[in-house]
Design a protein around this ligand. Structure first.
Ligand SMILES: Nc1ncnc2c1ncn2[C@@H]1O[C@H](COP(=O)(O)OP(=O)(O)O)[C@@H](O)[C@H]1O
Ligand SMILES: [Mg+2]
Length: 365
């Protein structure tokens, strides 16, 4: 009996975003979950300088689970130009981008995969770009009638031209408000503003990270997260909760990564069945409205009166040992190996579907 050749799965990880180390930890877990019967890993690490370097599987698997101790190892250089050249592309059957943040989660690298004609896991160019931009994603959610927190978007040129007038136009939100860069993550550049005197400095701080800044009414709410897995219809997990304990008073960068007791994950979240059902329906609807594919983690606010609002979507959620996305699926009965296999199968199915589309108006042959 002959065995079909194993599919070569390239894991692309590291990268130049603030989530470099988290991405390496995520890649380690995706690699550990890869079914050796079906898949053969090809590891490509992106170092802080942006160089693409072949990585060794055994070394990655042995690597520490502490973000302070992991790094992209020196290895054979893979040039971005040749990795997608015909002969190399033929050696890769599917790519699993395990990259978080800009240049990984925002559609840029997905565009490269599209041009190379290589199937890839997760959201496409459009869904990735939408998911990364808090202004565009919130406008789409608002248009679909999905509840979100009230917000305004400031653009750099208008703000710089007349800061006082621009800020006076956002007073309807009241206080406190949250200020955040439109394109960021990991709570970078996010501040909670409780007094009018602090608003301008907070906005200027957020403008250091992007040309667009959101000012958002603060909601008093529990933070609930759900995992969505593509398909028709998409599947949704049970819910988890982030219980913030940090002095910042919200799920800040320090609470996420620096202070070990800054936040606690409640898995599953203690929710009334009726609330869970609404949260799950909202997560799936958000996934669809935001043109998502493959996977996403949807983060919600649950207010004391039961109101649910969407905070944001993450199209390449963390896969570390303590990450919500794989944990939520495990609690919902899908182990990491089955999850990773399903994500790769979805990538292959999308690629076949796309390949079958007509590309011209002429009569089909
Ligand atoms: N409108 C809001 N009301 C209450 N808390 C908020 C609001 N916006 C953000 N936060 C707090 O700030 C954290 C980070 O904001 P978020 O928009 O999720 O940015 P990021 O993409 O960096 O995670 C949230 O997890 C939450 O704790
Ligand atoms: Mg968030």
């Amino acid at each position: 009996m002959t065995h079909p050749a194993k599919l070569r799965v390239a894991l692309l990880f590291g990268g130049q975003s603030a989530e470099h180390e988290i991405s390496i930890l995520s890649a380690r877990n995706v690699l550990a979950a890869l079914d050796p019967q079906r898949f053969e890993p090809v590891l490509i690490g992106i170092d802080r300088q942006g160089r693409w370097l072949r990585q060794d599987a055994a070394r990655l698997l042995e690597s520490a689970r502490d973000p302070r101790l992991v790094r992209i190892e020196n290895g054979p250089l893979v040039s971005k130009e040749t990795v997608f050249a015909h002969e190399t592309a033929a050696a890769i059957d599917v790519i699993f981008p395990v990259l978080h943040g800009t240049m990984g989660e925002d559609g840029t690298v997905q565009g490269l995969f599209e041009l190379a004609g290589i199937p890839y896991v997760g959201a496409g160019v459009l869904g990735s770009a939408i998911g990364m931009d808090k202004d565009v994603s919130k406008r789409l959610l608002r248009d679909a009638g999905i509840p979100i927190a009230a917000f305004h978007t400031l653009r750099r040129e208008r703000f710089e031209a007349d800061p006082a007038a621009t800020l006076s136009q956002v007073q309807d939100l009241g206080l406190p408000v949250f200020t955040k860069p439109a394109n960021a993550g990991s709570s970078i550049g996010v501040r909670k503003v409780s007094t009018p005197a602090d608003l301008e400095a907070a906005v200027r701080h957020a403008f250091q990270f992007d040309d667009k800044v959101l000012i958002e009414a603060a909601v008093t709410a529990r933070e609930i997260e759900l995992a969505v897995l593509g398909g028709t219809p998409p599947a949704v997990s049970v819910a988890g909760e982030i219980v913030v304990r940090h002095a910042d008073g919200f799920y800040s960068y320090d609470a996420k990564y620096l202070d070990e007791s800054g936040a606690r994950l409640e898995l599953p979240a203690h929710l009334a069945p009726e609330v869970l059902k609404r949260a799950q329906a909202l997560a799936v609807r958000t996934f669809e409205v935001l043109e998502c594919e493959g996977m996403a983690r949807v983060d919600l606010f649950l207010e004391p009166d039961g109101t649910l609002r969407v905070n944001e979507i993450n199209t390449l959620p963390g896969f570390t040992a303590i990450s919500m996305y794989p944990k939520l699926w495990e609690l919902s009965g899908i182990a990491p190996r089955a999850l990773v296999t399903r994500l790769i199968d979805l990538a292959l199915a999308r690629s076949r579907r796309r390949a079958a589309l007509r590309r011209s108006a002429g009569s089909p042959e």
